[in-house]
Write a protein that binds this ligand. Structure first.
Ligand code: GTP
Ligand code: SPV
Ligand code: MN
Length: 607
C-alpha cells in the first residue's frame, strides 16, 4: 500500500495521467484526510480487517470454524439495492428508456457534486484499480473505484481482480477505464466518533453510460457500493455491449458433464434471489452427471471465431444469498465458505463465533441477530436479514471449472430464462427459435424478492432478469438480442429455454423439489440439443411430458410433476393483457418482431 498526501500525487504507483488527474480532482472535491492506493496484498487485507474490527464494523469469526472470516451488520436501512435511487443518466431521456430512472447528466453531476463536496472529511480515500474478467484478456476490462469505505475495499478484494497485479495494465491505456466514485456520505468532524456502518439517508446510484462513469453516494451495501458488479459489469457493460455487438447479462455460467464425459456450458438468467448461485453450484442427482461452476451472477458473451457464443464471468468472488443455503440445498457453497477468507453481512452470529441464518442446519438456542439483538427460537423476527449475504472467493469453490479464468470464455449451448412464479409458467419450456426465445426473455416475469428494497412478492416483468440492471433503453435491448440472433449461424446459437422452479400446489408447497433435482430438467434440455428427447408442442413452446424427464429415484408424486409441467391455456390467456401492458410501456422502440411473437402466441392460445 502506497500512501500519498492529498496535495501531492508523487507517491502514486501509476503514471496513467488520466487516472492521476481524476484521483486529484476527486480528492480536491471530497477532502479526505489521506489517499491510499490499494495493492490487494495479504498485508493490506490484514490491516484493513483489523481496522474494521477496531471500528466495530467487523467481528472476527472463530478461527477454527471460519478461518480469516468476518461478520458485519449494516445499518438496518442499508440492506439491499435501492432501485428507486438508481439512475441511468444518458445524454437523452430516451437513452435510458421507459424502465429506468433518468436524470440529465449535467443536472445529476451538479446535484451529486454538492453531496460529494467535503464528504470524505475525516476519512481515508481509497483508490482501487480493478479488472473485470481475466487480466490476460486481449482487451482487459479495467475500472477504478474510489471509495471511503474499508468494507468496500475488502469486499472488492474478494469480488474482483484488483490492486498491484492489475495496475500495470493501466500503463498504456490512457482513459479507457470505467471511473467509479463511491462515498458512504458520512464525513466526520474532528473528534467525532464513527459508527460501525456509516451511510447517508440520501442515496444515489448513478450511471453515465456515454462517459462510462458511475457515481454512487450514501450506501455501503453490495450492488450499491461494489461498483465492479451491477454498476459496471451490467449497467455500463450492457451499454458498451450494445455498441460493440456483444451481451452483458445477469446470468450464471454452469458446466455440465454427461456420463459420456461430454461438456456442455449453460448460461441462465434468473432475477435476484431466484436461484442463480444455487444452480451455478449444482450437485446433480442424476447418476453419472457432474457439474462445475464458472460464474453465479454475471456473464459477458461474445461470438468466437467459430461462430459460437462464448461466455466469461467478469467476477472473482460470489456475493451469495445466505438464507436457504445449507448442506442439502447448496453443499458446494457451504464447502466454499468453510474454507474461510469470507465476509458475512447481516446474518446472525452464534455464541461461539460462527454464523447462522434461516434455513441453515442446527437449532441454535441463542444468537445475536443481524440487528445486534438477542435472538431465541421464540423471537418473532428472523435472525438473519432475508437479503443477508456471504462474500467468498470463487477460487475456493470445490467444483470451480478449471477453465473459469480462461479469457476465451466457454461456448454456450443453452440459455435459460426463469423467474419465480407460483402459477402459469411450466417447469421448463423450449423456445421455437432464437427470436421466440428472445420473446420469452423479454416477457419474463417474477415475484419480487428481498434483494431490492420494496415490493416483495409482487409479480413484475423482469426482461432477461435485467430490469434493474439495464444501462439503456429496454426496446433497444430487445432489438439487440434479436440482432445477435440474426447475425449468427442459427445452428451455432445457444438453444433458449424458460424455466420455473417455483410453481406451487394449492396448499402452497413447491411442486418441484428444486436444487440438485434441477439436474433432471437440465438433462432434458441437453437431450433436446442432442435431438434425443421427446417434447410436446404447446402454444407457448416445447414442453416435456412427465415421462420425458429422468425421474429415476425421485420421490415426488407424478401428479405434482405433471402439475409443474402443465400448460394451462386459461392461465396463459390471463397473461396476455399483462404482456400487452408491458409492451405498451416499452413503447415505440419495441421491435416489431416482439409484437409479431405476441400476436402468434395469441393465435396459438386462441386468445
Ligand atoms: P442474487 O445473488 O440476488 O442474484 O440471487 P441468485 O439468483 O443467485 O439466487 P440464489 O441462488 O442465492 O437463491 C435465492 C433463494 O432461492 C435462496 O433462498 C435459495 O435457497 C432459493 N432457491 C434457489 N434455488 C431454488 C430451487 O431450485 N427451488 C427452490 N424452491 N428454492 C430455490
Ligand atoms: C442482486 O441483487 O442481483 C445481487 C446482489 O446479486 S447485489 O450485488 O446487491 O446486486
Ligand atoms: Mn444478482
Amino acid at each position: 500500500m502506497t500512501a500519498m498526501t492529498v496535495s501531492g500525487i508523487d507517491g502514486a504507483p501509476t503514471a496513467n495521467a488520466e487516472l492521476l488527474s481524476w484521483v486529484r480532482e476527486v480528492a480536491d472535491l471530497t477532502t479526505p484526510d489521506r489517499v491510499v492506493w490499494c495493492d490487494g496484498s495479504d498485508a493490506e487485507w490484514d490491516r484493513m480487517t483489523a481496522q474494521l474490527v477496531e471500528a466495530g464494523t467487523f467481528v472476527k469469526l472463530n478461527e477454527s470454524k471460519k478461518p480469516n472470516s468476518f461478520w458485519a451488520a449494516s445499518d438496518p436501512d442499508d440492506v439491499a439495492r435501492v432501485e428507486e435511487r438508481t439512475f441511468i443518466c444518458s445524454a437523452e431521456r430516451d437513452g435510458a428508456g421507459p424502465t429506468n430512472n433518468w436524470m440529465d447528466p449535467a443536472e445529476m453531476k451538479s446535484t451529486m457534486t454538492d453531496l460529494y463536496r467535503g464528504c470524505m472529511r475525516g476519512r481515508t480515500m481509497y483508490v482501487i484499480p480493478f479488472c473485470m474478467g481475466p487480466t490476460d484478456a486481449e482487451i482487459p476490462m479495467l475500472g477504478v473505484e474510489i471509495t471511503d469505505s474499508e468494507y468496500v475495499v475488502v469486499s472488492m478484494r474478494i469480488m474482483t481482480r484488483m490492486g498491484a497485479s492489475v495496475l500495470p495494465l493501466f500503463a498504456d491505456r490512457g482513459g479507457s477505464f470505467v471511473k467509479g466514485l463511491h462515498s458512504v456520505g458520512a464525513p466526520l468532524e474532528p473528534g467525532q466518533e464513527d459508527v460501525p456502518w456509516p451511510c447517508n439517508d440520501t442515496k444515489y446510484i448513478s450511471h453515465f453510460p456515454e462517459t462510462r462513469e458511475i457515481w454512487s453516494f450514501g450506501s455501503g451495501y453490495g450492488g450499491n457500493a461494489l461498483l465492479g458488479k451491477k454498476c459496471y459489469a451490467l449497467r455500463i457493460a450492457s451499454a458498451i455491449a450494445h455498441d460493440e455487438g456483444w451481451l452483458a447479462e445477469h446470468m450464471l455460467i454452469l458446466k455440465l458433464i454427461s456420463p459420456e464425459e461430454k461438456a456442455y456450458y449453460v448460461a441462465a438468467a434468473f432475477p435476484s434471489a431466484c436461484g442463480k448461485t444455487n444452480l451455478a453450484m449444482l450437485q446433480p442427482t442424476v447418476p453419472g452427471w457432474r457439474a462445475e461452476t464458472i460464474g453465479d451472477d454475471i456473464a459477458w458473451m461474445r461470438f468466437g471465431e467459430d461462430g459460437r457464443l462464448y461466455a466469461v464471468n467478469p467476477e472473482f468472488g460470489f456475493f451469495g444469498v445466505a438464507p436457504g443455503t445449507n448442506w442439502k440445498t447448496n453443499p458446494n457453497a457451504m464447502r466454499t465458505i468453510e474454507k474461510g477468507n469470507s465476509l458475512f453481512t447481516n446474518v446472525a452470529l452464534t455464541d461461539d463465533g460462527d454464523v447462522w441464518w434461516e434455513g441453515l442446519e442446527g437449532e441454535p438456542q441463542h444468537l445475536t441477530s443481524w440487528l445486534g439483538e438477542d435472538w431465541t427460537p421464540d423471537s418473532d423476527k428472523p435472525a438473519a436479514h432475508p437479503n443477508s449475504r456471504y462474500t467468498t472467493p470463487i477460487a475456493q469453490c470445490p467444483v470451480v471449472a478449471p477453465e473459469w479464468n480462461d479469457p476465451q470464455g466457454v461456448p454456450i449451448s443453452a440459455i435459460l430464462f426463469g423467474g419465480r412464479r407460483k402459477t402459469t409458467v411450466p417447469l421448463i419450456t423450449e423456445s421455437r427459435d432464437w427470436q421466440h426465445g428472445t420473446f420469452m426473455g423479454a416477457t419474463m416475469s417474477s415475484e419480487m424478492t428481498a434483494a431490492a428494497k420494496g415490493g416483495k412478492g409482487q409479480v413484475r416483468r423482469d426482461p432477461m432478469a435485467m430490469l434493474p440492471f439495464l444501462g439503456y433503453n429496454a426496446g433497444d435491448y430487445f432489438q439487440h438480442w434479436v440482432n445477435v440472433g440474426k447475425g449468427a449461424d442459427a445452428d451455432k446459437l445457444p438453444r433458449i429455454f424458460y424455466v420455473n422452479w417455483f410453481r406451487r400446489g394449492e396448499d402452497g408447497r413447491f411442486l418441484w423439489p428444486g436444487f440438485g433435482e434441477n439436474s433432471r430438467v437440465l438433462k432434458w434440455a441437453i437431450e433436446r440439443i442432442e435431438g434425443t428427447a421427446p417434447a410436446t408442442e404447446t402454444a407457448i413452446g416445447y414442453v416435456p411430458a412427465a415421462d420425458a424427464l429422468d425421474l429415476d429415484g425421485l420421490d415426488v408424486p407424478v401428479a405434482d410433476i405433471e402439475a409443474a409441467l402443465a400448460v394451462d391455456t386459461e392461465e396463459w390467456k390471463a397473461e396476455i393483457p399483462l404482456i400487452e401492458e408491458w409492451f405498451e410501456k416499452i413503447g415505440d422502440r419495441l421491435p416489431t418482431s416482439m409484437r409479431d411473437e405476441l400476436e402468434a402466441l395469441k393465435l396459438r392460445l386462441g386468445a
